[in-house]
Design a protein around this ligand. Structure first.
Ligand code: CUA
Length: 337
């Protein structure tokens, strides 16, 4: 091979590889990293991307060089010389990809097993998925249940999933993992948050009419702030005299993802408009207060005409103080609206 040819091949390879590397590095393809597990998954991702860029550069160099160096003259209509492959070359280009794919497989297996392994003193949280809401229960805080997932920075967290109706899937892009929730099959997921902030919790399995609204929020707090939040919640739910804000109960539960309520800035369209509760109660021929209460704890006893049956899950596990506050809040808000 001439020296000029080798220089051209190397030159084209460096240009093609450089262009691919620039596209890979300069475009922000992935969301920010917010968990230890996600950082490991990204390592596998970048390992694979580097292999791809190197192979792309080699293939692009040989291809482009051949197109120009070996093209036939315009008046050359003769057949090319007969060739019979190149056994050594074929062995090499079979062996190298085999080794690379095996390396990716081993790397992935190591990352998967490390991500599956919870750290010391994990925080257990029970996650319930139902059409179309997430709820999070903290056994460490007297089974406090909220609609917002709060997590301490740097502590290993174990989420235990339970699906009440159909298959859903839990996903926080910044945490990098997805986990299906399957009726009758307990599943779990480890997360070790490495960044404080607010992230979206998304249902990533088509689960029915309100699938697109099945979203919640994950808030990662500094460990101390998390502990004092947990303590304050523990007190608020266990003391019957603590004043509970109905607006907070509405916000902590997923009501707003399906219902409209102007007072709470909620604009869901899956269920009936809560600004018109007095009108709906009159239509159902029920007193407003008991109509609202039953609609929360046993929503399928009466279904608003024009809406599908059995869509809303019963919120029968709300502590009484929270339920009372929520009912009063809805009465006041809907009368205003
Ligand atoms: Cu639950 Cu989609």
């Amino acid at each position: 091979m001439r020296r000029g040819s080798i220089l051209s091949l190397v030159g084209i390879g460096v240009l093609a590889g450089g262009a691919a590397a620039a596209v890979a590095v300069l475009v922000p393809w992935l969301p920010p990293v917010a968990s230890r597990e996600r950082a490991r998954i990204d390592d596998v991702f970048w390992f694979t991307v580097v292999i791809c860029i190197v192979i792309f550069a080699i293939v692009a160099a040989v291809l482009l060089y051949s197109v120009f160096a070996f093209r036939a003259a315009p008046d050359d209509d003769s057949d090319g010389p007969p060739t019979h492959g190149h056994t050594t070359l074929e062995i090499v280009w079979t062996l190298i990809p085999t080794l690379l794919v095996t390396a990716i497989g081993i790397f992935s297996a190591i990352v998967l097993s490390r991500n599956d392994h919870e750290g010391k003193n994990p925080l257990n949280i029970n996650v319930t998925a139902q059409q179309f809401a997430w709820s999070f229960t903290y056994p460490e805080a007297g089974n406090l249940t909220t609609g917002v997932l709060r997590l301490p920075l740097g502590r290993s967290v174990e989420l235990h999933f339970k699906a009440l109706d159909v298959i859903h899937s839990f996903w926080v892009p910044e945490f990098g993992q997805k986990q299906d929730t399957v009726p009758g099959l307990p599943t779990k997921l480890h997360i070790t948050p490495t960044k404080t902030g607010t992230f979206d919790v998304i249902c990533t399995e088509l689960c029915g009419l309100g699938h697109a609204t099945m979203r919640s929020t994950a808030v990662v707090m500094p460990a101390k702030a998390f502990d004092s939040w947990l303590k304050s919640q523990n007190k608020a739910t266990s003391s019957p005299n603590a004043s509970v804000s109905g607006a907070a109960v509405f916000k902590n539960n997923p009501c707003g993802s399906c219902h409209t309520l102007s007072a709470a800035g909620a604009s869901g369209k899956v269920g009936p408009d809560l600004d018109k509760l007095p009108q709906w109660a009159a239509q159902a021929k029920q007193p407003l207060e008991s109509f609202i209460r039953t609609s929360i704890t046993d929503p399928n006893a009466y279904t608003q005409p024009g809406y599908p049956k059995n869509v809303m899950p019963p919120f029968s596990s709300l502590p009484k103080a929270q339920l009372d506050a929520l009912v009063q809040y809805l009465i006041q808000s809907s009368k205003k609206g």
